[in-house]
Design a protein around this ligand. Structure first.
Ligand SMILES: [Zn+2]
Length: 342
């Protein structure tokens, strides 16, 4: 029973980064099979490197010149630009950057399952609450229905080839698409259950979307988690860049490369967690004997929710989100907004 529960909690079984590495490995075997769009974008990689090395949490959020540059780069509205230029440095205050969002409900004609608008609105409110400290907000600009016989699993078929074809057919250039997709009808086979709740590429500009299982549209964690990937965040327990040490000495290079999220051994060690006080205790790093203290209720961790505790992003993670939003996703036309009311 325990085993079944654990497998069912995975959020995205193959994150964007993992996908990137799969693509590179495949290239070695059969160069013809890999289309160009799948290759890492060198400019994006360079930006990502500088992003992880020069994080200055929250500082650039309050710089007038920076904001003007961002608005110019994103083809912001002339009235927004004039408004900021007209402010003196002393009376300057940061404004929310509002990104347009297109919601697309993907409906399988063979088993049509629509999604109610209140649930979608609630999901976007949950997303906006999670991003408000990064000064990023989403405004729904259109809602479409796409009739296609796909599931979240079938999109991953043939090493995500189906997903790339779907993205090319349906993505918009200047607006992020949120695809709300069905899952498999049968989630459990051979006494094993698995469910992908959503996925999104990390720091890759060939696709411009986030995919979420319809059922989780108003989940408190799934949307912020997947948009976290979209805006450059790795899992707190990520190991593709190496294991982060408990003393944090290699924190810009290993783990999730964000230094204010402590080393996370991963949900396999969930048995060391007390979910009432949201703490891990007793698990020690091999060699040093230092105890792990990961952030259990971080949006980018894989642990179960803690009792009565909110999920959150750290200031370092918020900084990655902001930086990626304005530098790595520059094709989004943005406008300035007021403090959102929740
Ligand atoms: Zn994930």
């Amino acid at each position: 029973m325990n085993k079944i529960k654990k497998r069912a909690r995975f959020y995205c079984r193959l994150s964007g980064m993992a996908l990137l590495f799969v693509a590179v490995a495949a290239y070695g075997q059969d160069p013809e099979a890999l289309s160009e769009k799948r290759m890492p974008d060198p400019k994006t990689e360079l930006l990502a490197d500088s992003m992880y090395h020069h994080l200055m949490p929250q500082q650039h959020f309050h710089d007038k010149e920076q904001l003007i540059k961002i608005l110019q780069q994103h083809e912001g509205r002339p009235t927004d630009l004039k408004h900021i230029e007209g402010l003196g440095q002393s009376d300057f205050e940061m404004h929310y950057l509002v990104f347009p969002l297109r919601v697309a409900i993907v409906v399988d004609p063979a088993r049509p399952d629509q999604l109610s608008l209140p649930r979608i609105r609630k999901g976007i409110e949950i997303l906006n609450r999670s991003l408000s400290d990064a000064w990023i907000q989403f405004k729904t600009v259109r809602i479409d229905t796409i009739y296609a016989p796909v599931t979240i699993n079938s999109l991953k078929d043939r090493n995500y080839e189906v997903y790339y074809a779907f993205s090319i057919a349906h993505d918009l250039r200047d607006t992020i698409s949120l695809y709300l997709v069905d899952n498999e009808e049968n989630l459990c086979e051979d006494y094993r259950c698995a469910r992908t709740q959503g996925f999104s590429n990390i720091l890759e500009t060939y696709t411009n979307n986030v995919v979420i299982d319809k059922f989780f549209v108003d989940d408190f964690k799934v949307m912020p988690h997947e948009f976290g990937h979209y805006f450059g965040l790795l899992h707190t327990a990520e190991t593709v860049f190496g294991l982060e040490r408990v003393d944090g000495g290699n924190c810009t290079e290993a783990g999730d490369r964000v230094c204010d999220t402590p080393a996370d051994p991963g949900e396999v060690y969930g048995v060391y967690v007390n979910y009432s006080n949201c703490e891990m205790k007793g698990l020690k790093e091999a060699g040093t004997g230092l105890e792990y203290h990961p952030m259990i209720n971080n949006y980018m961790s894989y642990y179960a929710p803690c009792y009565m505790r909110k999920f959150y992003f750290t200031p370092g993670q918020l900084d990655v989100i902001f930086y990626a939003a304005v530098h790595i996703r520059p094709n989004q036309i943005i406008e300035l907004g007021e403090v959102p009311e929740f």
